[in-house]
Design a protein around this ligand. Sequence first.
Ligand SMILES: [Zn+2]
Length: 455
Amino acid sequence: MTRLWTRRRVLEAGAGLGAAGLASTFLRACRPRRRDRPNLVLVTLDTTRADHLGCYGYARPTSPVLDALAAEATVYTRAIAPGTWTLPSHASLFTGKCPTSHGARYDVDGPLVLSSAIPNRPGLNAYRVRGLAPTEATLAGILGNAGYRTGGFAGGPWLTSVFGLGTGFERWDDDGVGSVNGRIAADLNARALPWLEKVEEPFFLFLNYFDAHSPLMPPAELAARFLSAPVQPGVPPTPEQTLALYDAEIRYADQHLGEVVRMLERRNLYDRTWIIVTSDHGELFGEHGLKGHGTVPYQGVVHVPFVSKPPLGDGGLGQRADPVQLQDVMALVLERLGLPRPTGIQGRVPPHLDRPLMVESYVLAALYPHGDWLAVFDGDWKYLWNSAGASELYDLATDPGEERNVIAADPERAATMEQRLRAYLTALPQPPGGGAARAVDDATRDALKGLGYID
Ligand SMILES: [Zn+2]
């Protein structure tokens, strides 16, 4: 176990010496050199709530691999997804921008439909979006220009090439993502591990494990480990069984993350590799009468894991309560590598976010008739703005489950938070193409035509 040497062996050896001075001299002598260009492995556990992971206090054994990583990592306890579903959140992760600024989101006038990626399913034409504009500066593109080998492996259908999230990657693999169910972690690893086995350093590997996304169909032996009673054929699972299946799917993805860690160890790359594990959004299981994600940014949807196992020598382990969002990953990585940030991004290195902590959720009325939602945080206060007028205000310190909407009791606070959010959103740079939705669509459409994706 190469990775255990660094801290445990050093600390044990230091303790054995008995004298603090001797131990600190020893530790100084052993202090590993900070690497100039560490490898980067960035993982999204799609649809995975932070509070269903052991390293975030969950009691069931969903995540032994991630928990072991977390023991050697910075664990951000207050990570908030910028969007409520796959496409906008991943676009923020890759561009350092909020959804308003990158523009990859549901859009009734958007040029792309989900059936662009999933053939022979005309019903999916209702899911109309704008993809990520191909002119966007992406983390993969920047790292590629800096000499990194870059490979991305997609699990979910919104990560197929047509929607633009592969922009900037030297290799983008969505092979076999032929249905809305995506592809399972075993199939993803079957493509990613051979790449990782041979790739030269430094490299950037992105992995999207889609298993925790519905439909929940874990392998039978894993399901049995979490279910107290088996699901009967032809009978819908109970709410309790649904949660067990969800947990089993998280465990399944975690096992496959373990294969990646073992490959890094086998190649003796673990210590030279920065591993960030996060999620694009969570999932609701009946809270507030809702299931799934993509609509109201309640905590079950937006509180995501964010575990950052640094390369050896970087330090900074332990829990951090300052907020972080997916758009901050680009800023974190570029600062660490000494590379300039693109202009116009909102991502920052925590704890200095200098922007509201917020979530944007733009919906399609045909699929969800209750309006768009925005969430903004101020300390423990959370304001949910709704375009249909059903705005809500919560004090997460006393009401973490968002069960007592106190907007009627404190309308001034809600108004102040809304004004701040509006001022911020209004001033944001617009997506490439100048801001009008049509202009972006045309640019995207032309690029897609050039790539042969559409006629
Ligand atoms: Zn997702």
